[in-house]
Design a protein around this ligand. Structure first.
Ligand code: GAR
Length: 198
């Protein structure tokens, strides 16, 4: 019988989950790339409802449990996860997971790294720093994850023009629009290029 490769994705998210929603939508009718699991550290995260609406299982793993490799690995194995996609996930990925999923963890960051990245630089903190800098552009970075925040190999960047009149919220909205537009297709290209499967 003919068989084809399937790559099952786990999306890790801590918040509202708008990127998770877009990624789920993008791959909904794709037979070879499947969003198979959503993992969150936040029992109140909006992403839980988004996953449930799409019929995708959710694992809620609180901060303490991240120190327990067996538990995390067992959840990922059970769901045959071949790629981890971070979408607004705020905990540092522990070294055991970096080793196990070498070059198979992708993150999106709402600035043009290496600018405005690192510990504590997430969400509105990033956009405030951009606003205060007076920079004429901002944008998105999609990159592989290593043991440091926002530090791994860059896969893709896309910029947008900003100006002094824009509020932090307006900058955030312009950048989020780019995230929604490009993240899923960059994931798709990466899976194809690397031939990833579960
Ligand atoms: C996104 O803007 C993402 O780039 C950012 O969190 C937001 C999550 O939004 N991630 C970081 O800042 C990581 N350092 P969402 O929950 O609506 O997808």
């Amino acid at each position: 019988m003919a068989s084809y490769k399937i790559c099952k994705i786990a999306i890790f998210a801590s918040g509202g989950g708008s990127n998770a929603r877009e990624i789920i939508k993008y791959f909904r009718s794709n037979k070879s790339i499947v969003v198979a699991l959503v993992v969150t550290n936040n029992a109140k995260a909006g992403v839980i409802q988004i996953a449930e609406n799409a019929g995708i299982p959710v694992a809620i793993i609180d901060k303490k449990q991240w120190a327990n490799p067996q538990k995390i690995i067992s959840i990922l194995k059970t769901h045959e996860i071949g790629l981890i996609v971070l979408a607004g996930f705020l905990l540092l990925i522990p070294p055991f997971l970096i080793d196990l999923y070498k070059d198979r963890i992708i993150n999106i960051h709402p600035s043009l790294l290496p600018k405005y990245g690192g510990k504590g630089m997430y969400g509105h903190f990033v956009h405030e720093a951009v606003k205060n800098s007076g920079d004429a552009i901002s944008g998105i970075t999609i990159h592989l994850v290593n043991e440091n925040y926002d530090d791994g190999k860059i896969l893709y960047q896309h910029s947008c023009v900003i100006n002094k009149e824009m509020t932090t919220e307006e900058i955030a909205a312009a950048v989020l629009q780019l995230e929604h537009k490009y993240y899923a297709s960059v994931i798709e290209n990466y899976v194809s290029f690397k031939g990833l499967s579960s």
